[in-house]
Design a protein around this ligand. Structure first.
Ligand code: SAM
Length: 250
């Protein structure tokens, strides 16, 4: 049986493709790509002639069945997305799940991923982090999501569309406070790469004052919530007992 390779491609700088990725992409029988026209350019750059077929959110389940049949016939398949690692805020989850359920092998071929690149250079705690992907597009949904994360003790990582960056940063400032440290990671690995860290209020002002910062591809990282000095930390069970006892007090 053939295998399904999940192949990371660059997030900007073409030098970030790995030697293994190039070999696998050249050797497989077919490459499932999020946008075949976009990926055709990448393949052309590396002189790879493997046929491309489209794999996007709307055809992923049907495509999975067709690819599984081909893999059972011995063909091997690579999945790529427009940039970075497939399945990370990109299509592929249904394909991977169905292929694994069919008892076929899925092999990761790791490489560039914007959130890992951003975290590795942001200077925020990296021992525990939460990747939140894209926030809801509408402000009510976005504010609700941010409120739920306000006391998270992990570094938070968000992907954002450039035209929503300023609005999202303002909502983060409202949810997390003006003083919470954050880092804007923009155009990583490209000519105008920027990693700018500041308290949220300053970051909002900085982005608002410079429209160049509202262009290109960006991720936002937010420092973990810190318990205010002197505030005791009680676990959920203790708090429940305390609540029950308090309710009994005259
Ligand atoms: N699969 C990709 C990965 O591994 O990072 C992410 C795909 S997602 C559809 C695209 C988002 O990733 C962008 O809106 C941006 O938030 C982030 N992103 C991608 N490339 C980036 C870059 N070069 N610099 C900063 N953020 C980037």
């Amino acid at each position: 049986h053939g295998q399904l390779f999940i192949v990371a491609t660059p997030i900007g700088n073409l030098e970030d493709i790995t030697a293994r990725a190039l070999r696998v992409l050249a050797e497989v029988d077919v490459i499932a790509a999020e946008d075949t026209r976009h990926s055709a350019k990448l393949m052309q750059h590396f002189s790879i002639n493997t046929p491309l077929i489209a794999c996007h959110d709307h055809n992923e389940r049907d495509l999975a069945e067709r690819l599984i049949a081909r893999m059972q016939g011995g063909d091997s398949v690579a999945l790529i997305s427009d940039a970075g690692t497939p399945l990370i805020s990109d299509p592929g989850y249904h394909l991977v799940r169905q292929v694994r359920e069919a008892g076929l092998k899925v092999v990761p071929v790791p490489g560039a991923c914007a959130m890992v690149a951003a975290l590795s250079a942001a200077g925020l705690p990296s021992d525990r982090f939460a990747f939140e992907g894209f926030l809801p597009a509408k402000s009510a949904g976005r504010q609700a999501r941010l409120a739920a994360l306000a006391e998270d003790e992990r570094t938070l990582i968000f992907y954002e569309a450039p035209h929503r960056l300023l609005e999202s940063l303002k909502d983060m400032q409202a949810a997390f406070g003006e003083q919470r440290q954050a880092v804007l990671a923009r155009e990583l690995t490209k000519t105008f790469e920027t990693l700018h860290g500041a308290p949220l209020a300053e970051l909002v002002a900085w982005v608002a004052a410079d429209s160049n910062q509202q262009r290109g591809e960006c991720a936002v990282l937010v420092a973990p919530w810190q318990r205010p000095e002197g505030e005791e930390s009680l676990d959920a069970h203790t708090l429940k007992v305390l609540d029950a006892l308090l309710a009994e007090l005259p």
